[in-house]
Design a protein around this ligand. Structure first.
Ligand SMILES: [Zn+2]
Length: 328
């Protein structure tokens, strides 16, 4: 084989490879996010047809530090504040929501900022002031809010929807089709009843990523979040492949630690098993004498199990029901 022929073949191979990588940026980064695989063939379904032109370019508020001790979002926002590190059709404004809490390494200063928005909120102190400023800045000026959180619970990559509008749902489902291990949850209070900063624009996504301790950067989770956000923000929010069959979780309520006796702790058999159904008779709590309390009632799907931020309010976990996914 002469040199010219070898060169031609090599160029061809490189061309095919580069096109594959270009069309599959998630594949290119898969070694960085081992928990995700390619879309299984069973999830390939019909094309969701929605006009994207009306939404492109979107004005997107990318928010970190709504809780000052949740570092992944703070790292992304701080990094991207200098320059967005990819080509995007959208106008993206990274912002730190609660700088004072970030500087102190605290969830909040006076009141939980992510319960400080909307008509039903009753914020106080510094966060009441920040909520007013952020509402003025975001309402009417952005199409989509993406708010980045972490959790000490074993929730993996989770998107909580504070909105029921088509664009929010499409965006969450788009990411799920590319990263099937993402879990989608619909919030307890949605749309005008939401207390979240992510409900300030017509569309909103709240990311919960864990487990990671407060004030800690888990590098693998950070790299994967970077990959997921890049995938989302380089997309035109147009057509997507709707999986034939998929599920999301609808928040129902909170489950509190028992008031009587104890103190009780999450039973070791339940620890870390977010989104694994709790059935009648399952061990749920245990005290230091080894007394186990089993669950009595209808099956539910738990998450935020043993979340550090909910310890003081005695919430042991959230309860949810598994729902058939929407088709468009
Ligand atoms: Zn948070």
């Amino acid at each position: 084989m002469n040199i010219q022929k070898t060169f031609t073949i090599l160029c061809g191979v490189f061309f095919l490879w580069s096109n594959f990588i270009y069309d599959n940026p998630a594949v290119a980064s898969l070694p960085l996010c081992g928990m995700f695989g390619k879309l299984p063939s069973s999830q390939k379904g019909k094309i969701m047809k929605k006009a994207s032109k009306e939404h492109t370019p979107l004005r997107i508020a990318l928010i970190g530090g709504t809780h000052g001790n949740e570092r992944l979002g703070i790292e992304i926002v701080s990094h991207w504040s200098h320059a967005i590190p990819f080509e995007t059709p959208h106008i993206i404004e990274p912002m730190i929501a609660n700088q004072k809490a970030v500087d102190s390494g605290l969830r909040f200063i006076d009141y939980d900022l992510n319960r400080s928005f909307g008509k039903n909120s009753t914020p106080s102190g510094y966060e009441a002031e920040r909520a007013r400023e952020l509402t003025e800045k975001i309402s009417g000026n952005f199409d989509l809010v993406i708010d980045l959180h972490t959790t000490t619970s074993h929730m993996g990559f989770t998107i909580i929807l504070p909105k029921t509008d088509p664009l929010s749902r499409r965006a969450a489902l788009y990411l799920k089709t590319h990263f099937p291990d993402i879990t989608i949850i619909e919030s307890l209070r949605v749309d005008e009843n939401s207390l979240f900063i992510s409900a300030l624009a017509p569309s909103g996504l709240l990311f919960e990523i864990g487990p990671v301790a407060n004030n800690i950067v888990n590098t693998q989770l950070l790299l994967t979040l970077n990959t997921i956000l890049t995938k989302l923000l380089t997309w035109d929010f147009g057509e997507i492949n709707v999986p034939k069959s998929w599920y999301y979780y609808k928040i129902v309520d909170y489950l509190y630690y028992p008031k009587e006796g104890g103190p009780y702790y999450i039973h070791p058999e339940r620890e870390g098993k977010d989104f694994v159904a709790v059935k009648h008779g399952d061990p749920l709590f245990i005290d230091l004498n080894g007394k186990t309390l089993v669950y009595e009632g209808e099956e539910f799907y738990p998450f935020f199990i043993n979340e550090a931020a909910y310890r003081l309010s005695r919430i042991a976990m959230y309860t949810s029901k598994k729902m058939e996914g929407w088709k468009e």
